[in-house]
Design a protein around this ligand. Structure first.
Ligand code: TSB
Ligand code: ZN
Length: 587
């Protein structure tokens, strides 16, 4: 999809189109007042106060029709310069504009507004010359949006739209939007009953339904096995800690706004943990360590709670209760490079297994000029950053550097991916940390018999099971590889009355052999049952009729294919087992 914001010509058109939208809204809803209408990556939006009116789909169509009418009329867009006083006088009845104007910098001596026909809006511009130029546009959706993004403020209505130079471009954009909607994990999650939300549990607190839980279990088994082989030791720790624990770690001072508020029990003050590092530091500290024991790799599938703004929570991708595929690696300074390399290799290995190809490595470095954000140790920073670069180069990994994006405790590598809908998010992460081990006074005995402080690598390969599942749903469009599919085989007797027993026998045979098979012997038409298996994207459907029963065969059909193949049940099982063991991706 074209990034409209980065294309100057399109950007101007979309901005003008936002004004056109505002004008049409004003015609239809004279009480309307306007907040801001910026251009975004995929078009524009306008935040509007419509008083008591709440928009519906039909209203959107009406507004669009009015926009077409105004555009056809073809009024010129006229720029006018005003002083701050003039602007304040002109918009004196509009509290939103007064708010904007009063906050403008003193040095912004001239304020501009743009008029087209009967409509004037405060704006920096620039704009197209005439609304006539706006031909190929569409209003795409609407939602609520708090004024200034603050839940304490009034809820405004946000209307989104997009404008292109040609009809073909607009059509393509709309088609891509449609495809993205189809891939959206929130849609597939609902269709395939993977997870649900309930207001009684709370926003951003998903409940994993049986099929979603099956996927998650497979992910857990998969990564656990990999980590076992790489020398990780897994632990279980509580998802609360005392305030003092988080004061010791520094989270209380640096991360408090992302945490749920404290709760008091007897005389103790607890918080729901936002991260697991402090618990793992204490596990390390439970014993004396020699340099020979290092690296020590403590892993956990650990539940965390973070305060995410209610407008930001999104399906499984951004939640308030999450489970990290977490580990903290305790290393000597000399081991940083090697250990970091192992983590990056693991990330590459996992992405390969899942067929993930569209991602970006971001190496986040400190801004050397910013002495406040980053703890002051030039030598440490320079060496660490250089080491990370060297590892990435030696692995031939493409990456980009983001200066000023490092954590205050060290540089990090993040993997960025693009969800079907919305901006990029971080999946995997690996963060170097020189501070936390000091705060917890961790040590090991080096080869000279002296005490030294280890360095910690925080890493999460899946990030969280929540976000990774959201991502993999969208990558596969809900057609999970067989090893991950909640239901691997649907067994369907053509006529349950005649082949029901045979079908059950086959289903039992598969289940005994650890295949996730389900029988559909409902008294429904064959076509209906086949369609349902298709909609649920079950990889294999067995269709068993008289012929199969008499010859002791099964006929299977792959999802999305028309042809069926007949084999013995043993042959089918062997084929499936091989496919599952190899974690083959679906073609
Ligand atoms: C890796 N202490 C480290 C840990 O040891 C840590 O917590 N890092 S983190 O803050 O970057 O979070 C780890 C991963 O969790 C992120 O890379 C991201 O993939 C995932 N994540 C973060 N916030 C959310 C959220 N609100 N919902 C779902 N996943 C999230
Ligand atoms: Zn951590």
């Amino acid at each position: 999809m074209i990034n409209i914001k980065e294309d100057q010509e399109l950007s101007i058109m979309n901005h003008s189109c936002a004004h056109l939208l505002a004008q049409a809204v004003k015609h239809l809803y004279p009480q309307a007042m306007f907040w801001v209408g910026p251009v975004i990556e995929d078009g524009f939006y306008y935040d509007i106060d419509l008083g008591d009116t709440t928009l519906t789909e039909e209203d959107l169509a009406k507004i669009e029709k009015e926009m077409k009418k105004i555009a056809k009329d073809g009024k010129k867009i006229i720029r006018q310069e005003l002083t701050k006083e003039e602007a304040l006088a002109k918009f004196k009845d509009d509290p939103y504009k007064i708010d904007l104007i009063s906050r403008m910098n003193e040095d912004e001596t001239t304020i501009t507004c743009y008029t087209q026909g009967d409509f004037t809006d405060l704006c920096r511009g620039p704009h197209v010359e005439s609304v006539k130029e706006l031909k190929y546009f569409k209003l795409t959706k609407f939602s609520g949006a708090y004024w200034k993004g603050d839940a304490k403020n009034k809820m405004l209505q946000r209307i989104y739209g997009v404008c292109y130079k040609t009809e073909a471009d607009l059509e393509q954009h709309l088609q891509e939007l449609q495809e993205a909607k189809e891939r959206d994990h929130r849609k597939i999650g609902k269709e395939q009953e993977l997870y649900m939300n309930h207001e009684l549990v709370g926003a951003g607190m998903p409940l994993w339904l049986p099929h979603g839980a099956l996927i998650r279990k497979q992910l857990e088994n998969y990564i656990y096995e990999k980590e076992q082989k790489l020398g990780y030791e897994h632990v279980y720790t509580p998802c609360v800690g005392t305030v003092n624990l988080y004061k010791t770690s520094g989270h209380w001072d640096h991360y408090k706004e992302n945490m749920f508020p404290m709760m008091k029990v007897d005389d103790e003050e607890f918080v729901l943990r936002p991260m697991n590092c402090p618990h793992h530091m204490l596990i390390y500290k439970n014993k004396m360590h020699s340099y020979r024991d290092l690296p020590i790799r403590i892993g956990e599938f650990a539940t965390d709670f973070r305060y995410e703004a209610s407008g930001a929570v999104k399906g499984l991708e951004r939640v308030r209760c999450m489970c990290q595929n977490d580990a903290h690696l305790f290393v000597t300074p000399e081991q940083i490079g090697d250990e970091f390399k192992k983590v990056v290799s693991l990330i590459l290995d996992v992405y390969h297994d899942f067929g993930i190809e569209n991602y970006k490595f971001r190496l986040s470095l400190r801004d050397p000029m910013d002495k406040e954000k980053y703890f002051d140790d030039d030598k440490m920073w320079n060496e660490a950053e250089q080491k990370l670069r060297e590892v990435l180069n030696s692995l031939g990994v493409e990456y980009f550097e983001a200066v000023g994006e490092a954590a205050f405790y060290g540089p990090k590598l993040d993997v960025e991916v693009k969800p079907a809908v919305g901006p990029e998010v971080t999946l995997s992460t690996c963060q170097l940390d020189f501070l936390l081990p000091r705060r917890f006074d961790l040590s090991y005995i080096n080869s000279k018999g002296e005490k030294e402080t280890p360095v910690v690598l925080h890493r999460a390969i899946f990030g969280t099971f929540d976000r990774f599942t959201a991502f993999i749903i969208e990558e596969t469009k809900g057609c999970f590889p067989t090893w991950l599919s909640p239901v691997q085989v649907k067994v369907i007797p053509v006529n349950p009355e005649f082949q029901g027993d045979y079908a059950k026998e086959i289903k039992d045979y598969l289940v005994e052999n650890k295949i996730r098979a389900e029988l559909d012997d409902r008294n429904e038409k064959l076509g209906y049952r086949l369609r349902e298996a298709q909609t649920n994207k079950v990889p294999y459907t067995l269709i068993l009729g008289d012929n199969e029963k008499e010859n002791n065969l099964i006929s299977y059909r792959l999802h999305g294919k028309k042809e069926t193949t007949s084999v013995t049940k043993e042959e089918f099982l062997k084929m499936l087992q091989e496919e599952i063991a190899s974690k083959a991706l679906r073609k």
